[in-house]
Design a binder for this molecule. Structure first.
Ligand code: SAM
Length: 135
C-alpha cells in the first residue's frame, strides 16, 4: 500500500483496493508517504555527507522509489545497506528488487527482537561495526 501511495510498481490489486479504501478516510496518505520519503532522502544525504557509509534500515518496507541504497550509493558508490522488515511479502519483493544490487540486501527480522537483527549473518557480513565514518 505504501508503494502504491509512492507511485511504485511493486504492489498487488488487493493492496491497491485497500489503499483506495483508506484514501476515502485519509485522502492525504500519498502526500504522507511522499513527505516521509523526502525526509528519508534528506536524512540519508546528510548522513552520507558526514561520512556514514553503512545503513541498517529497520521497517524498510519495499526499497522502491527513492530507497536508502539508491540515495547513499549516488554519493558513495560503496555504501552498504541492509533492509529489515518483518513482512514476508515485503522482504520477498525486496530481495527480488535487490538481486542485482551491489552492497544492498534485505532480511526478514522483527524490530522487537533487535539482537536477532544484529546477529543475522547478512548483517554481520555486510556491515562493519568497528569501522569509523570517513570524515
Ligand atoms: C510505512 S512502511 C515503510 C516505510 C519506509 N521506511 C519509508 O520510509 O518509506 C513500514 C514498514 O514497517 C514494517 N514493520 C512494522 N513493524 C515492524 C517490526 N516490528 N519489525 C520490522 N518491520 C516492521 C512494516 O512491515 C512496513 O513494511
Amino acid at each position: 500500500m505504501w508503494d502504491y501511495y509512492l507511485g511504485g510498481a511493486h504492489n498487488f490489486a488487493i493492496d491497491r483496493q485497500a489503499a483506495e479504501q483508506i484514501l476515502l478516510l485519509h485522502p492525504d496518505m500519498p502526500l504522507v508517504a511522499q513527505v516521509t520519503r523526502a525526509f528519508l532522502r534528506r536524512v540519508v544525504e546528510f548522513l552520507v555527507g558526514q561520512g556514514i557509509d553503512q545503513f541498517l534500515d529497520i521497517g524498510a518496507g519495499i526499497p522502491t522509489v527513492g530507497s536508502v541504497h539508491e540515495i547513499a550509493q549516488r554519493f558513495t558508490p560503496t555504501a552498504r545497506v541492509v533492509y529489515v522488515d518483518h513482512d514476508p511479502v515485503a522482504v520477498a519483493h525486496s530481495q527480488a528488487i535487490l538481486s542485482g544490487a551491489a552492497n544492498a540486501m534485505a532480511i526478514r527480522a522483527d524490530a522487537r527482537r533487535p539482537q536477532e537483527i544484529l546477529d543475522h549473518p547478512a548483517v554481520r557480513n555486510l556491515l562493519d561495526w568497528v569501522a569509523q565514518p570517513a570524515c
